[in-house]
Ligand binder design. Structure first.
Ligand SMILES: *[C@@H]1O[C@H](CO)[C@@H](O)[C@H](O)[C@H]1NC(C)=O
Ligand SMILES: *[C@@H]1O[C@H](CO)[C@@H](O)[C@H](O)[C@H]1NC(C)=O
Ligand SMILES: *[C@@H]1O[C@H](CO)[C@@H](O)[C@H](O)[C@H]1NC(C)=O
Ligand SMILES: *[C@@H]1O[C@H](CO)[C@@H](O)[C@H](O)[C@H]1NC(C)=O
Length: 409
């Protein structure tokens, strides 16, 4: 991130393939040819700096908007950039901008100008922040349907209190915020709509909990060190993309599927792409039950126990990820099957496929079941997965970006 930031400060020229093609000079044509021969896939844009191709391409989601100088005057067009199962998540795309000016929080009677007031409205809203802020929520933040939280241009942290719950909702986008040190919630009422409160028993302390919800896109967030999972998607949630996020310092990173026996989670469909699973992570990147997960182009630093795991016959396609195992010879396996009593043998039919993955330092993936073909995407959700060797670059800006108004981000 800082690498790109400093490039921007010296006012580099960022040109996508598209604009390169539109220009008419031999040098740009040559640059285009060089770029294509260096990294021959069609899923990224390239940064050209003072006439030289920078070796840093952008992944397909980032190249959709980060090359636009005026990103801040059409923030809502970000919603068009999501690929994978979360494609079509509108967030507040059809609504007006709501500006958070007040970092205080009242879970029962939120003041206009606070984050909680915005996320509990019953109209679509694209929520942005007037300045940097650390928001210490007093109880879980219940996000209503058709909302975007967009931290571009400022530094926003949700920290040291309960964090986010997306429950019985659809079309939610969370982009560019830091979520860490999340705590358990308190029993009591919490506002979840303009004229409604929900009685809460006290949330577990997840970073983001997605329950009975659909069309959710989490992009460029940083998540770390919380009381429960960093991201959980449970209770028949579906059509979710988790992309460009950076995770550090946590045991149970990402749980997809509530519990063994909860067969409603068969509808779970999640894309996990271009994330950086950083230092200090133990397990569940992700851990899946019943549903389908496409894990593509993620960077895995050494994990303590395992990277990808599951139980209850989940389907996993691991595609062109970059797995770096630890030096501990007992934890080089990427995969882990959690077996329920008496079902010890059944895992051999679970469809876990590794395709084009890169394994470093002895990492290995144990596949099972019939080989998975392409993910069950429609033509809007489908995307070109890059070669695993490009993953370190494609994920190098994971986490919130430092965006400046009227500059390419
Ligand atoms: C492109 O450049 C060439 C040579 O400089 C010129 O002949 C041609 O007219 C230009 N094309 C356009 C569309 O500007
Ligand atoms: C995917 O790659 C193929 C060639 O490898 C290219 O023709 C196609 O346009 C690419 N699709 C997208 C969406 O980038
Ligand atoms: C799931 O959410 C929908 C609203 O989107 C609601 O009607 C339904 O009752 C919820 N289901 C459960 C089991 O809570
Ligand atoms: C593994 O060992 C090598 C060689 O001693 C060292 O360079 C590397 O940093 C070690 N990796 C980790 C994750 O400790």
């Amino acid at each position: 991130m800082s690498y790109l930031g400093s490039l921007l400060l010296v006012s580099c020229i960022v040109i996508s393939f598209h604009t390169l093609k539109a220009q008419n000079s031999t040098s740009s044509k040559q640059l285009l040819q060089t770029a294509q021969s260096k990294i021959p896939d069609h899923s990224s844009a390239y940064i050209v700096h003072r006439g030289r191709i920078n070796r840093k391409p952008l992944n397909i989601i980032d190249s959709c908007w980060r090359l636009k100088r005026h990103w801040s005057s059409n923030r809502q067009s970000l919603a068009d950039c999501v690929v994978g199962f979360g494609h079509g998540s509108l967030g507040g795309r059809q609504g007006v901008i709501y500006i958070v000016t007040d970092q205080s929080d009242d879970p029962i009677d939120p003041k206009p100008g606070t984050l909680r007031f915005g996320v509990t409205r019953d109209v679509p809203l694209w929520i942005i922040f007037t300045r940097d802020m650390v928001i210490n929520l007093k109880n879980e933040l219940m996000i209503n349907s058709y909302k975007t939280i967009d931290g571009r241009g400022v530094h926003v942290e949700l920290a040291y209190g309960p964090c986010i719950t997306i429950e019985d909702a659809k079309h939610v986008i969370i982009h560019g915020i830091n979520i860490h040190d999340c705590k358990r919630g308190r029993p009591g009422y919490v506002k979840n709509a303009p004229n409604h409160h929900s009685y809460r028993r006290g949330c577990d302390g997840d970073g983001i909990k997605i329950t009975n919800s659909s069309n959710v896109w989490i992009d460029h967030c940083y998540l770390s060190n919380s009381a429960d999972g960093l991201i959980d998607a449970i209770h028949a949630s579906k059509d979710i993309t988790i992309s460009n996020c950076r995770f550090t310092n946590h045991v149970k990173v990402m749980l997809l599927g509530h519990r063994d026996g909860y067969i409603a989670d068969k509808v779970l469909r999640v894309t996990v792409a271009f994330n950086h699973f950083g230092p200090g992570l133990t397990e569940r990147m992700p851990r899946l039950r019943y549903g389908y997960v496409h894990v593509a182009n993620n960077y895995y630093e050494p994990w303590l126990l395992y990277a990808i795991g599951g139980s209850s016959n989940p389907t996993i396609l691991s595609e062109a990820n970059y797995f770096v195992a630890s030096n501990d010879s007992t934890h080089k396996q990427v995969t882990k099957r959690e077996l329920i009593n008496g079902l010890g043998e059944a895992w051999q039919t679970w469809r876990w496929t590794s395709r084009r993955d890169a394994f470093r330092n002895g990492a290995y993936f144990i596949a099972s079941g019939r080989r998975n073909g392409a993910p069950p995407y429609n033509r809007f959700q489908r995307f070109n997965v890059s070669d695993a060797s490009h993953v370190p670059i494609l994920t190098s800006d994971a986490g919130p970006l430092r965006c400046v108004i009227n500059r390419r981000c």
